[in-house]
Design a binder for this molecule. Structure first.
Ligand code: TXA
Ligand code: MG
Length: 323
């Protein structure tokens, strides 16, 4: 249980909120769409805290919030269309999914292991001030518990998350009350991933073409690892492994080593002391590293189905099924 502070929308409150974020804490803050539950996007353990507080049973890529288009350009690569959209609709209720830049510092967990990033520069003056003072990308889904409605004021946030987050920056009611429009610009025709605060017509008028529909439903086959909203390892994934075959890559959890582990090609431990928050923070980067070892199979130790274990197991089951 954390003590949740209600911070005022003045210099003191902002400095406090930025300090908490920089130390890896969780701060809910107003944007012009809804209140977001923010964490330092570059700190995977902080991002894992978002999932824990929301009790989300699955991981998806999160939107990282920035103070300016200039900051966003350090994180993502903007083609001509993405640049025009950013220049026209930022700051505002638009999120752009673009390929991650070589200088990207957003954690694997915030990106759900993908090579792309979801970026947004919000227009709310308090959000902007907070992001400037934090000086880092801030990952923020809506500040509600999983399955509840998105919050548009500080009381909604506290109703759901009091005792589960460090603070809420109280900036009164959000204006739009509807999440941001999400557009993927990953080469080819831009795609509307989620309708929201900026109408589709306004975007199509600006770019002079029709947006493709939906995350994966369009006519063009997707480049692997680009639009598919889940990172899929190349290796086979074997769950609940009680023993290890020679030359397998191994993903451990906790202090118990499975039989045969000494014949493994490579071994990583999500959390030696069985901490599920730490495990969530490592999940995507460890899967990537084990996959890169060239092993045909990744054997995974059993992970308890409680707390963040539910989201971790959900992700692992998908990885085991994706073929
Ligand atoms: O209005 C909003 O957008 C609010 C406020 C707080 O800014 N934020 C919000 O964030 O709704 P979030 O993290 O819940 O949005 C997550 C969605 C994912 O479900 C996915 O559709 C999309 O953003 N997304 C983010 N990064 C992506 C990526 N790399 N590839 C594909 N989709 C991505
Ligand atoms: Mg939401």
């Amino acid at each position: 249980m954390r003590q949740t502070q209600r911070l005022t929308s003045d210099e003191t409150g902002l400095a406090h909120a930025a300090g908490i974020l920089r130390r890896g804490g969780l701060v809910a803050f107003p944007t012009e769409t809804v209140y977001g539950l923010g964490a330092d996007a570059t700190n995977a353990e902080a991002v894992a805290g978002i999932y824990e507080a929301k009790e989300r049973p699955s991981f998806n890529p999160l939107i990282s919030h920035l103070d300016s288009f200039e900051s966003a350009q350090g994180q993502g690569m903007f083609d001509e269309t993405a640049r025009r959209l950013a220049e026209t609709f930022w700051p505002g209720p638009l999120t752009l999914v673009v390929p991650a830049a070589p200088t990207c510092t957003i954690s694997d967990l915030a990106r759900a292991g993908l090579d792309s990033v979801g970026l947004r520069v919000p227009a709310h003056p308090l959000a902007h001030a907070l992001l400037q003072r934090t000086g880092r990308p801030v990952a923020a889904p809506s500040a509600n518990r999983s399955g509840r409605v998105s919050p548009t004021d500080a009381d909604h946030v506290l109703g759901d998350l009091d005792g589960r987050i460090d603070a809420v920056l109280d900036g009164g009611a959000s204006q739009v009350g509807l999440e941001s429009t999400i557009i993927a610009c990953l080469g080819g025709t831009p795609r509307l991933l989620r309708p929201g605060g900026v109408p589709r017509e306004a975007i199509e008028a600006l770019i002079g073409m029709r947006l493709e529909d939906g995350p994966e439903g369009g006519r063009n086959p997707l480049a692997p690892g680009m639009l598919a909203s889940h990172y899929a390892p190349r290796a086979q994934v074997r769950l609940n492994a009680a023993s290890v075959e020679a030359d397998e890559a191994v993903l451990l959890f906790g202090s118990e080593a499975p039989q045969g582990v000494e014949s493994a090609r490579t071994v990583l431990n999500l959390s030696e002391n069985g901490d599920l928050v730490e495990a969530a923070a490592h999940l995507f980067s460890y899967l990537r590293q084990l996959d890169a070892s060239g092993a045909a199979t990744i054997a995974v130790s059993p992970i308890p189905e409680k707390g963040l274990g539910e989201a971790i197991n959900d992700r692992l089951r998908r990885a085991a099924a994706e073929r």
